[in-house]
Write a protein that binds this ligand. Structure first.
Ligand code: ATP
Length: 301
């Protein structure tokens, strides 16, 4: 009998530039992605007679526990006799922070770990094997391969080109007004503009302030489209921006979750407390955005 716990950190798009569209309709992106110290938790127990999933936790309402759930579909990609998965949903779904993708990546990490394969630490995995696995996961969702790594990266193409980057950890506050936004509806509302691209080479960031300054002149191209689909997002951006110490407020992914960035953890904590007082009904999380790879490695429990 073995039982493991796998952390599934939220994915945050610090920038998201839409650079074009392929003939098959898929949009081409250039996005600086990082991961939060807040996320879902997946527990996997073996042996089990079949592959099963139970969804629980504060954000579990409406999340499917059948084969529509990405965690179950990713687990099924790893040949294994049976496993009992329990998913603790802490991240709101359909909210632009890749909850389903993070869960799928966690399921893949966990099942591969249990299989006793090569996987203990991604850096140890043979490149051709890892590439083949990532291609499989990509068929389930464009964001899943980046969530497998859970470390800062620049993501290009349709989510298939992952370039690791070094970023200082960012104190942040995530806020979601509990308005689910469907990703396809945002892409439908998107008007492709001839916006300046992200620089080919990122500058060196010496501290948090440097990184926030640079991020301030970048964009999330989906933000305006998401505001058309869900005007309530405007309030989240304005409330975050007005919190003391907030240096930048932006939407992640296709929304509606927005993040506020702060120069210190103390400032982010004070803002989280303040937001809780003024918008108790919103989902919110004070956290650090950065490398979560170590935290995301499966562990016995
Ligand atoms: P992204 O940022 O990648 O667009 P998202 O945060 O907007 O993702 P998800 O939380 O992944 O969206 O949920 C999108 C849809 O996927 C939901 O409507 C839900 O029914 C379905 N879904 C499948 N698996 C999961 C899961 N493990 N957790 C949450 N939703 C899931």
């Amino acid at each position: 009998m073995a039982r493991i716990e796998v952390f599934a950190p939220a994915k945050i798009n610090l920038t998201l530039h839409v650079t074009g569209q392929r003939a098959d309709g898929y949009h081409l992106l250039d996005s600086l992605v990082t991961f939060a110290s807040v996320g879902d938790r997946l527990f996997i127990a073996v042996p089990a007679n079949s592959l099963s999933l139970t969804v629980e936790g504060p954000e579990s309402q409406g999340v499917p526990s059948d084969m529509r759930n990405l965690a179950l579909r990713a687990a099924a990609l790893v040949p294994f006799e049976g496993a009992a998965l329990v998913l603790e949903k802490n991240l709101p779904s359909a909210s632009g922070i890749g909850g389903g993708s993070a869960d799928a990546a966690a399921a893949w990490r966990g099942m591969t770990y249990l299989k006793g394969d090569v996987f203990h630490w991604l850096a140890d995995a043979p490149e051709p094997w890892l590439q083949a696995e990532m291609n499989n996961l990509l068929t389930l969702g464009a964001d899943i391969p980046m969530c497998v790594h859970s470390s800062p990266m620049r993501v290009q193409g349709v989510g298939d080109k992952l370039i690791p980057v070094d970023l200082p950890s960012l104190p942040a506050l995530l806020a979601n007004p509990r308005l689910p936004v469907s990703t396809p509806s945002v892409f439908k509302a998107l008007k492709l503009r001839d916006n300046p691209p992200m620089p080919a080479a990122l500058p060196e960031f010496f501290d948090v302030g440097d990184l926030i300054d640079w991020l301030s002149v970048q964009r999330n191209d989906l933000q305006d489209a998401a505001l058309c689909v869900e005007p309530g997002i405007a309030e989240v951006l304005s409330v975050l921006s007005a919190l003391p110490g907030c240096r930048l407020a932006r939407m992640s992914g296709s929304g509606a979750t927005c993040f506020g960035l702060f120069e210190t953890e103390e400032a982010a904590k004070a803002a989280t407390y303040e937001l809780h007082k003024i918008r108790p009904e919103w989902w919110k999380a004070g956290c650090l955005l950065g490398d979560q790879m170590r935290a995301a490695v499966p562990r016995d429990c």
